[in-house]
Design a protein around this ligand. Sequence first.
Ligand code: ADP
Ligand code: MG
Ligand code: ZN
Length: 409
Amino acid sequence: MRVLKQAFGFDAFRPGQEQVIDALLSGRDVLAVMPTGAGKSLCYQAPALVMGGLALVVSPLIALMEDQVAGLRLDGVAAEAIHSGRTREQNVASWRRVASGEARILYLAPERLMTERMLAALARMPVSLIAIDEAHCVSQWGHSFRAEYLTLGRAREALPKARMIALTATADQSTRDDILAKLFDGRAEAFVAGFDRPNISIAVAEKRDAGTMIERFVLARKGMSGVVYRISRKKVDETAARLRAAGVHALAYHAGMEAAERASAQETFLAEPGVVMVATVAFGMGIDKSDVRYVVHGDVPGSLEAYYQEIGRAGRDGDPAEALMLYGLEDIRTRRRFIDEQDSVAERKRVESRRLDALVGFCETSSCRRQALLAYFGEASRPCGNCDVCLDPPEVVDGTEEARLLLSL
Ligand code: ADP
Ligand code: MG
Ligand code: ZN
């Protein structure tokens, strides 16, 4: 708590941080799964200062490392970075401050850490902690696989006294198992926390006439900023045109548009109130608009992870927001066909097929939807009171007798 306050200027931990830090400080290795923005960096930066010695942080992105080093230095923490984005002189100067024992935290690109010389040099230093950020890069089934991440497990053997923590926002079971196996030989404690966004109400509705359903929903929320996701460029254009005809300030966004046109739509959405963005999944990465009041999925999203990411763009200001998904069996069939027809290894198809099953399970659940969503990310919770199922529980009928009759016909 003292380090949290004095070094970082925070009064309290965010959900999950304290448990992760406790585990590290009591000598255990940790896999921490927390969403973007939850505060994963603090989970290794604070223990690094408490443990003393040198902490190594492996990160795949140079810009990210530079940001963090600059931030830490502002907080008065002696942080260094060694990567290919800096000059040789800069890297040498950083290494000197590491070797002299002055540096507390050293950021490294994975390929820099995993050279025999670097490992041998570090083995002679008091390395207390190894943090692997963006650890999903180790997983071959994800979209950001980095071959250099595969060998990082060996850093633990070379530096046996150091504790290790891996961090990621990608939470599904197959990715997590991959990380545990490849970085920890299966031996680490996994923590999952902070995925809940209680101010977003969640609803799934049976899809009948998507165009009409979307129009009604949007018109009932006139003047509010919202995002409507559609599966194809054609549907995006159609839906945007229909909303405009109904008097809504709706814009389209998809990869088939000119870059300048896309940029201008995005700018308008960010700057003006009450704009509805109708988009494919191409829209949303890095969009930080706090007062988006709803996210509608006019078609079934690609996975629960994509769904979670996409609805997470609503209600960042903490005020009530809504997520509505239109669920159609035809969409599920299309998704299945995508998976079957894609030209990839059987293992990958199996993983994607499991992900789709989880999505169907979420859509068809007769218990709390948020609980189902959080459970998918490994986070335990109680019924939320803010989803369509909690607010309007389906009548449960005993179908056994009917089923028996049908089967005997
Ligand atoms: P992540 O890596 O999980 O996406 P970051 O580590 O970049 O998230 O942290 C996101 C933001 O949250 C940063 O601005 C950080 O300073 C802030 N933050 C982290 N922990 C706390 C805390 N306990 N209290 C307040 N702000 C925090
Ligand atoms: Mg981070
Ligand atoms: Zn609920």
